[in-house]
Design a protein around this ligand. Structure first.
Ligand code: CS2
Ligand code: MG
Length: 411
């Protein structure tokens, strides 16, 4: 590393903006003028993370050496006493990713070189096909395959329910779906209606799309373990890449039940925020893909540990890539994804909206469903604070879900 540059941290800025949707961006500035960008967005809780960063984290960073990424990570994890949790770990992630960006710039190398270099030519992604009907969903899947995607997530409306996860009813994106109301939108759920409809989606998908394309599906934590076991068995003939978030897994042992009944591969992790959340899942090989996001699981430093631990148990990383993760997260995950020997696949919903492109710039490109990582020093991402100021924060909530009898359910 360059010894000439003084990487003493002189400023930590936390910018909440809404270019297309809300994002929390961390910008760490050093004495040398080098700065780094990180993502600390927790969808629906943006101001909680921003306040934590501004009031409690930033003052502790001023005067520290930005090169000391590990020590700062340990300081923000162990040093706060109240460990773990989505707000804490997103704040650590925003700082951590910004520090890796600075270190790469100081070394004149892209971050993936600092991790160990490229393990593949590009990062394979899967895209989202969602529709009001099976036919509509498969039309969209066909269009994605025509663009070169080799993997597609299929979600379709559940007949008899007036809202379904992942299906935009005329709204342009999830943010509009979330923020079109002053308080959390309420969506209905019926496991029976869902289980009666879901097999047709994959039966018709294989009939229409063939066997080559990889297919996945997000259950979004709505089933019990034995229901998930039944779903996994039901979908075995359609050879899914993975079934995601079949069951909410505070109780990791739930996945033993599913595993005992089905060979459909299982994926989980987007709402996990530390390695401890997924330790049992991984060491017992109850899952096949761990889906933590750098933004939610403590940054590059943490995700590198999770990836290495997962590799011991044949588990691959399939990082979360939802619209509520900013280009700074996508860049961090692209550098991790091009390095990680046990990389599986990266979720991809686009590099953001037109408004987002005014605020964030990056050197990632997409070709044939694969993200190509640029060679800029650091993460190759930048953030225009003046442009961000033109897109002020707008409070929004994730929806909540209720059964048809009114019981509050996992959304
Ligand atoms: C979804 C997410 O992409 C996915 O796998 O689970 O879009 C999730 O709904 C959002 O990240 C919630 O903010
Ligand atoms: Mg998901």
């Amino acid at each position: 590393m360059s010894k000439t540059q003084d990487l003493t941290i002189t400023d930590v800025r936390v910018i909440v903006s809404s270019p297309g949707r809300n994002f929390v961006t961390v910008k760490i500035v050093t004495e040398s003028g080098l700065y780094g960008i990180g993502d600390a967005t927790v969808n629906g809780r943006e101001q909680a993370v921003a306040t934590y960063l501004r009031e409690h984290v930033a003052p502790c960073l001023i005067g520290r050496n930005a090169h000391q990424i590990e020590d700062i990570w340990q300081y923000l994890y162990k040093g706060v006493y109240w460990r773990k949790g989505p707000i804490n770990m997103a704040a650590i992630a925003g700082v951590d990713v910004a520090l890796w960006d600075i270190k790469g710039k100081a070394a004149g190398l892209p971050v993936y070189e600092l991790l160990g270099g490229k393990s593949r030519k590009a990062v394979t992604t899967y895209a989202h096909a969602t529709g009001e009907t099976v036919a509509d969903t498969l039309d969209k899947a066909e269009a994605l395959i025509a663009q070169g995607f080799t993997a597609v997530r299929l979600q379709t409306a559940v007949p008899g329910l007036d809202a379904s996860y992942g299906v935009l009813r005329g709204q342009k994106d999830y943010f509009e779906q979330q923020s079109s109301r002053p308080l959390p939108p309420e969506e209905p759920w019926s496991t029976r209606k869902y289980m009666n409809a879901i097999e047709a989606l994959f039966r018709e998908a294989r009939a229409r799309l063939g066997d080559e394309v990889a297919l996945c599906h997000d259950v979004h934590s709505r089933l019990t373990p034995i229901e998930a076991a039944r779903l996994g068995k039901m979908l075995e003939p359609y050879d899914l890449l993975f079934l995601e978030d079949a069951v909410a897994a505070e109780n990791q042992d739930s996945y033993r039940v599913i595993r005992d009944h089905t060979t459909t591969p299982l994926a989980i992790g987007e709402i996990y925020n530390t390695i401890w959340d997924c330790k049992e899942m991984i060491q017992n090989q109850w899952i096949d893909y761990i889906r933590c996001a750098t933004t939610h699981a403590g940054g590059i430093t943490a995700m590198r540990r999770i990836a290495d631990f997962a590799a011991l148990f044949h588990v691959r990383i399939a990082p979360h890539g939802a619209p509520d993760l900013s280009p700074a997260c996508y860049a961090a995950q692209a550098h991790l994804g091009i390095w990680a020997p046990n990389f599986g696949i990266q979720e991809f919903v686009g590099f953001g909206s037109e408004a987002s492109a005014e605020v964030f710039s990056h050197d990632l490109t997409l070709e044939n469903g694969m993200i190509h990582v640029g060679d800029s020093p650091g993460l190759g991402v930048d953030f225009d604070e003046e442009a961000a100021a033109r897109h002020p924060y707008k409070r929004s909530y994730l929806p909540v879900s209720r059964l048809e009898d009114g019981t509050l359910w996992s959304w």
